[in-house]
Write a protein that binds this ligand. Structure first.
Ligand code: SIN
Ligand code: FE2
Length: 213
């Protein structure tokens, strides 16, 4: 079968061992993703979670899929239900699963089945400090991260916190995939610069697909 995203997949930049930047990979489906997101946030609204240390995160978050990433005074974890509503997170739309699978395949991780999608919303000034994605049960699956809207500076370091991160500008439609040797690489997002984007308005949206369960 022809890949829906085959053409865009041609622009593939290796970031580090196991980590790939697919420029523009989600460009053609970005409006579709935003339409699906609008439905998700009708029930699972964006909220600012609190870290175990008591800080309110500047990034607003929600989730879809079988499990959602949550943070509160008890710690970081995946939860099958939204603590705000007590209901299951909205199902992952087929367009989300398909994009995640195709992007992973283009980055040499065939057979990726995401069961969780963390949705991040950055408003001007919001940032995500360097961290590892390590609440997932199985590190053999990669992380697939889709950028929509305002550009951001992505920091991608090594597996040790002190490894100096590379800085990459991510534009709307760019997809980063990391796994294998860099599955536990430290990464983050620098404070978002103000701006206006036709797709999202005054913010950046990031969809991060994981196999959490
Ligand atoms: C994340 O690490 O969960 C999000 C990264 C991003 O916003 O690009
Ligand atoms: Fe992360």
């Amino acid at each position: 079968m022809d890949s829906l995203f085959g053409e865009a997949a041609a622009s593939r930049e290796r970031i580090a061992e196991g980590a790939v930047l697919l420029r523009g990979f989600a460009h053609d489906v970005s409006q579709r993703l935003m339409d699906e997101l609008a439905k998700i946030v009708e029930t699972a609204t964006f909220r600012h979670m609190v870290t175990p240390g008591g800080y309110r995160m500047s990034v607003a978050m929600t989730n879809c899929g079988q499990a959602g990433w949550v943070s509160d005074a008890q710690g970081y974890r995946y939860d099958a239900s939204d603590p705000v509503t007590g209901m299951a997170w909205p199902a992952m739309p087929p367009a989300f699963c398909q994009l995640a699978e195709e992007a992973a395949r283009a980055a040499a991780y065939p057979g990726f089945e995401a069961d969780a999608c963390l949705i991040n919303r950055y408003e001007p000034g919001a940032r995500l400090s360097l961290h590892q994605d390590r609440n997932e049960r199985d590190y053999t699956a990669p992380i697939v991260s889709v950028s929509l809207g305002l550009p951001a500076v992505f920091l991608f370091g090594g597996v040790r916190r002190k490894d100096r991160p590379r800085r990459m500008r991510l534009e709307s439609g760019d997809v980063v995939v990391w796994g294998g040797a860099t599955r536990l690489a430290y990464h983050g997002i620098a404070a978002l610069k103000d701006g206006e984007h036709p797709l999202t308005g005054r913010c950046r949206i990031n969809l991060t697909f994981r196999k959490a369960l």
